[in-house]
Design a protein around this ligand. Structure first.
Ligand code: CU
Length: 137
C-alpha cells in the first residue's frame, strides 16, 4: 500500500514536470510533417525568434483553428526552415511578426492566468496538423 502511494506520487510529479517545460529562449524550432508537429505544445519566451522546419513537404502554419487571417501565416518549403516568427507581448495582448514584418495582434490568442498567452495554430494544407504556442513574458 505504502509503495503504491509513493509510486503514484512520483508519477504525479513527473506528469507535472512534463506539463510545465521551460520556455525556449534560443534556437527555437518546431518540426513540421504531415504526421503532425514535433510537439503539440511549444513554450517560447516572448521576443525569441521561432521557425518551423519541414521534415517532408511544404506546409503553411496559420494561427487559429480554422479559416485564414490573423497574426501568423508562415509558409515553409519541403525540407527547409520557415522565415523567423517573433511573438511579443504588448498592451495586454499577444502580437505576431513574420520575417520582421510589422507585428499584428493575435486575436486567436488566449490569455492565461500566469501572464502567458496560448495561441493555437494549424497547417492550412493539412488540417490534421495542429499545435499550440505558449508565449511567456
Ligand atoms: Cu502541412
Amino acid at each position: 500500500m505504502k509503495t503504491t502511494i509513493i509510486l503514484l506520487s512520483l508519477v504525479g510529479i513527473a506528469t507535472l514536470a512534463a506539463a510545465t517545460p521551460l520556455a525556449c529562449t534560443s534556437s527555437c524550432v518546431i518540426d513540421a510533417a504531415t504526421t503532425g508537429y514535433s510537439t503539440a505544445v511549444f513554450d517560447v519566451k516572448a521576443g525569441t525568434p521561432l521557425v518551423w522546419r519541414s521534415t517532408d513537404i511544404g506546409h503553411i502554419q496559420q494561427d487559429g483553428v480554422t479559416g485564414s487571417g490573423g497574426c501568423l501565416s508562415v509558409p515553409v518549403s519541403g525540407g527547409a526552415d520557415s522565415a523567423p516568427v517573433v511573438l511579443t507581448l504588448a498592451g495586454g495582448q499577444l502580437l505576431g511578426s513574420v520575417d520582421s514584418a510589422p507585428a499584428e495582434p493575435c486575436a486567436n490568442a488566449q490569455a492565461l492566468p500566469d501572464g502567458s498567452f496560448a495561441l493555437p495554430y494549424f497547417c492550412r494544407i493539412h488540417a490534421t496538423m495542429r499545435g499550440t504556442l505558449v508565449v511567456s513574458p
